[in-house]
Ligand binder design. Structure first.
Ligand SMILES: O=P(O)(O)OC[C@H]1O[C@H](OP(=O)(O)OP(=O)(O)O)[C@H](O)[C@@H]1O
Ligand SMILES: O=c1cc[nH]c(=O)[nH]1
Length: 205
């Protein structure tokens, strides 16, 4: 190994498939506990991976409570505060369950909470759809670095990170397998080592 790569570390798994399963079970129990049942809960996942997490949570809640839990998706694309600044973005799907959101406890579900800007956009999107009695937030990973006054009600894993790092959630439905990787942003790795940090190609460390 030459000196230029001696201090570089590969993307590192921080959650593996059984961990993800376990934390989703815990979050489902926490939702039931706080909602005193799940009678008026509606889960809305934020594309992309939040939708799959919401469906998994709904299945788990159904297992726990014996009742079907409405689950859908909420596209935030048109509500992003950087919409004007970047290239055009593809729209994702908003699918609101037939029960609607009015008067319900809406639990937004996302994979990573970082600046909080996605969730700010989700609250705006939700406000155009209806008036829940309350809104809560469940995330698989909270990596810190909030830029807005937003916090999660249910957190799978609090993961202290540097802003030079990146958190990549992988889910079977989208990526073929479950896992969460912590790596360096490609622009933070030096050119000699950049390839080693590409998610999914670096050896587990
Ligand atoms: O708190 P924030 O700073 O907004 O970051 C978190 C968001 O960033 C990622 O989404 P991304 O926009 O990369 O889209 P994706 O889920 O389709 O990958 C992630 O899935 C969260 O939704
Ligand atoms: O590291 C990050 C930051 C935002 N969103 C992610 O999915 N990962």
């Amino acid at each position: 190994m030459d000196d230029s790569s001696a201090n570089l570390q590969p993307a590192r798994p921080v959650l593996e498939a059984p961990d993800i399963k376990r934390v989703l079970t815990r979050i489902a129990h926490e939702i039931v506990e706080r909602a005193k049942g799940a009678g008026d809960v509606v889960l809305l996942g934020i594309p992309t991976r939040g939708v799959f997490l919401a469906r998994r949570l709904a299945a788990k809640l159904e297992e726990i409570t014996g009742s079907a839990i409405p689950v859908g998706s909420l596209d935030i694309t048109m509500y992003r505060d950087d919409l004007r600044l970047g290239p055009a973005r593809a729209l994702a799907r908003t699918e609101i369950p037939a029960e609607g959101v009015d008067g319900r406890l809406v639990v937004l579900v996302d994979d990573v909470l970082y600046s909080g800007r996605t969730i700010r956009a989700a609250l705006d999107a939700l406000g155009d759809i209806g008036r829940p009695r309350a809104v809560q937030l469940a995330v698989l990973v909270d990596r810190g670095h909030r830029e807005l006054p937003i916090r999660a009600d249910y957190v799978g894993k609090n993961l202290p990170t540097s802003q030079r790092e990146t958190v990549k959630v992988q889910l079977t439905e989208e990526d073929g397998h479950d896992g969460v990787l912590l790596g360096l942003r490609e622009d933070a790795a030096d050119s000699a080592g950049a390839d080693r940090f590409r998610h999914g190609t670096a050896p587990a460390g």
